[in-house]
Each structure stands twice: as structure tokens, then as C-alpha cells.
Design a protein around this ligand. Structure first.
Ligand code: SAH
Length: 208
């Protein structure tokens, strides 16, 4: 990523991501315009296309990563879809779906903060149980609400995430960074109960 988008407001950031072609569809653009990234980080530059610290040595992912994940998962993010966000961190990606979203996060403080962040944005989503944030090891998924139409993994997986794939519906899709030092961002489609299709979306570079 050579060009970094900076905005003074959420609208500017999203407009720049769209004009760079990172946001490809009106649906993803509208979803990202509707969620103010400034509600999810205390950083002084929330509208810059970079990850920012959110505590517990974690970061809110860069906006171009959120946009790429949403574009990849878009076909599965239909009305009423059930979605799992593994490593939900700030809570940013849990907001905006028309179905039910479960965010699972390992760090207690981030779970608490993300609930506050989501409330700033849209308290109804929590009150109506459309969003559920749980504390736990997301590598094991969250079987109580499985199967899922879409799974977004924000916490890199060292190997192929078999347990998460088992919690996908047939026809469902998962996006995940795989690897330890050199990570690659994969889309995994569940074709049947026994078949998956892996597509490498890109390799991470130093700017991600
Ligand atoms: N997508 C989020 C956070 C990305 S950073 C956002 O944009 O705000 C990755 C997150 O994964 C961190 O919050 C980290 O605490 C969490 N994490 C790491 N390992 C995890 C695990 N095994 N289970 C659940 N969450 C985990």
C-alpha cells in the first residue's frame, strides 16, 4: 500500500478509499459511511488508513483491511445472515449487518470497551441481541450460535482454521490471515460438508 488515505472526518476517509478502488461497491461504501470509526478508537487520527492502538497491545485494523474483508464477505452478508467476528477487538466490524453478529474477543478489557464503542454508535443493536460480544478463545469459534454464513477472523491463524470452517454453513465464506511471520490473507469457501475452496486474496506487506 503506497498511498495512505487521510481524512478529517469519516466521510473523507471512506470517499478516499472508494476513489482508490479499495472500496468497490456502493453497499460496502454505505456500510462504512454509516459507522463512524472515531467511535472505536481514542486515537487522534481515527480517519487515517492505518491500524491504531486500542489497548491490550491490540489495534483496530486499518480501514482498507475492513473494506477488503467486507467486499470479500459481501455475497454472504445478506438479510438475516449470521456472522462471527473472531478477535472482534474494538467492535467496529460487528456493527452494520442486518442479521446477527457474534464478536468473540480474548481480552476482557477489549470486550468491555467494544461494548461501550458499539453503544456510542447504535445501542439498539446490543439491546435487541442483534450483536452479541463474548469473551473467549475465538480460534475455537463459538459453537453455541453456529453455523455461520460468514466468519471474519481478525486474529491471524498460524494454520488452516479447521474448527472455524466446521462452524460455517455450506455456501458460507470465511476470511482469515494465515501464517506466523509471513501472513497471507485467504478467503475460504465451504463448498460442501467435506470440500473447501481456498483463494489467496493478497500477501501482507509492511504497510498493512
Ligand atoms: N478486528 C478488530 C481487531 C483486530 S486485532 C478491530 O478492527 O478492531 C486482533 C484482535 O484479536 C485483538 O483484539 C486480539 O486481542 C484478538 N485475539 C487474538 N487472539 C485471539 C483469540 N485466540 N481469540 C479471540 N480473540 C483473539
Amino acid at each position: 500500500m503506497i498511498f495512505i488515505s487521510h481524512g478529517k472526518r469519516n466521510t473523507e476517509l471512506i470517499t478516499q478509499l472508494a476513489s482508490r478502488g479499495v472500496i468497490k461497491s456502493q453497499r460496502v461504501k454505505d456500510a462504512m459511511l454509516n459507522v463512524d470509526r472515531g467511535d472505536f478508537t481514542n486515537s487522534s487520527s481515527p480517519y487515517s488508513d492505518e491500524p491504531q492502538l486500542i489497548g491490550c497491545q491490540a489495534t483496530i485494523s486499518a480501514p482498507h483491511m475492513h473494506a477488503t474483508a467486507l467486499e470479500a464477505l459481501k455475497p454472504q452478508l445478506k438479510e438475516g445472515a449470521k456472522v462471527l467476528d473472531v478477535g472482534s477487538g474494538s467492535g467496529y466490524l460487528t456493527v452494520g449487518s442486518s442479521g446477527k453478529v457474534i464478536g468473540i474477543e480474548l481480552m476482557h478489557d477489549l470486550v468491555q470497551n467494544s461494548i461501550k464503542n458499539i453503544r456510542k454508535n447504535n445501542a439498539d443493536l446490543l439491546d435487541s441481541n442483534q450483536i452479541l460480544i463474548v469473551e473467549g478463545d475465538g480460534r475455537l469459534g463459538y459453537s453455541a450460535e453456529a453455523p455461520y454464513d460468514a466468519i471474519h477472523v481478525g486474529a491471524a491463524s498460524p494454520t488452516f482454521p479447521s474448527e472455524l470452517v466446521s462452524q460455517l454453513k455450506v455456501g458460507g465464506r470465511l476470511v482469515v490471515p494465515i501464517g506466523t511471520e509471513n501472513q497471507e490473507f485467504f478467503q475460504i469457501d465451504k463448498i460442501s460438508e467435506t470440500e473447501t475452496k481456498r483463494t489467496k486474496l493478497f500477501e501482507f506487506d509492511m504497510f498493512l
